[in-house]
Write a new protein. Structure first.
Length: 206
């Protein structure tokens, strides 16, 4: 009998690994179709049988909730922040950090927006909200990661690195058009204003 990809993979895959694999396959579908996706579509994307989904998820709503939690998971963006070289100029470091954080926010917004647009109610998707403690932990970890990026320039700053990190994160979250949700200011300009202010230096024309 010819082995399917599912048969080859299943023996060495724990339930948690299988859940993660299924969620990874489902996320692009959720971003495109919202709650209208079917478990058969997810199974095809993951290269498994549909029954395998229901060995680790009670139903589709639980799978959708897991997708929301994964979209909000900050682990990937924290790894990106940690990979930014500290030897680069502060402005360059913050632009890279802003790009990584915006990509994370856009991914999260796309998934949640698609689900809401397709009519999914929060009371139908079980487990779709991280606990307040996990949200607080994520925000703290992100703030610490940005503070570490700023720390090498402490001696040249008017503010403590932690305070500047708070302003950076707040500015980043607000730098979008209120109607379209699109980026309102280019990231290099946003960082330049953050670091140098909006006023021209006396006698400067630039």
């Amino acid at each position: 009998m010819t082995e399917t990809p599912e048969r080859r993979r299943a023996p060495g895959m724990s339930p948690d690994q299988r859940r993660a694999m299924i969620v990874a396959a489902a996320l692009p579908l959720v971003a495109e179709h919202g709650a209208a996706i079917t478990t058969s579509q997810v199974a095809r994307a993951a290269g498994i049988g549909e029954a395998t989904i229901f060995r680790v998820f009670t139903d589709k709503d639980e799978l959708l909730g897991a997708c929301v939690i994964e979209a909000m998971n900050p682990d990937h963006v924290l790894r990106e922040l940690a990979s930014i070289p500290l030897g680069e100029p502060l402005a360059d470091r913050l632009v890279q950090a802003a790009e990584a954080l915006r990509a994370h926010l856009e991914r999260m917004g796309t998934v949640i927006g698609a689900l809401h647009a397709s009519g999914l109610r929060r009371d139908r998707s079980r487990g779709d909200r991280p606990s307040p403690g996990s949200r607080e932990s994520s925000m703290k970890a992100t703030h610490e990661a940005v503070t570490e990026l700023i720390e090498p320039d402490r001696a040249t700053l008017r503010l403590e690195p932690g305070k500047l990190a708070s302003i950076f994160l707040g500015t980043l979250s607000m730098g979008r058009h209120p109607m379209t949700g699109e980026a309102d200011v280019a990231l290099p300009d946003l960082i330049d204003i953050l670091l140098h202010g909006a006023l021209r230096a006396p006698g400067s024309t630039a």
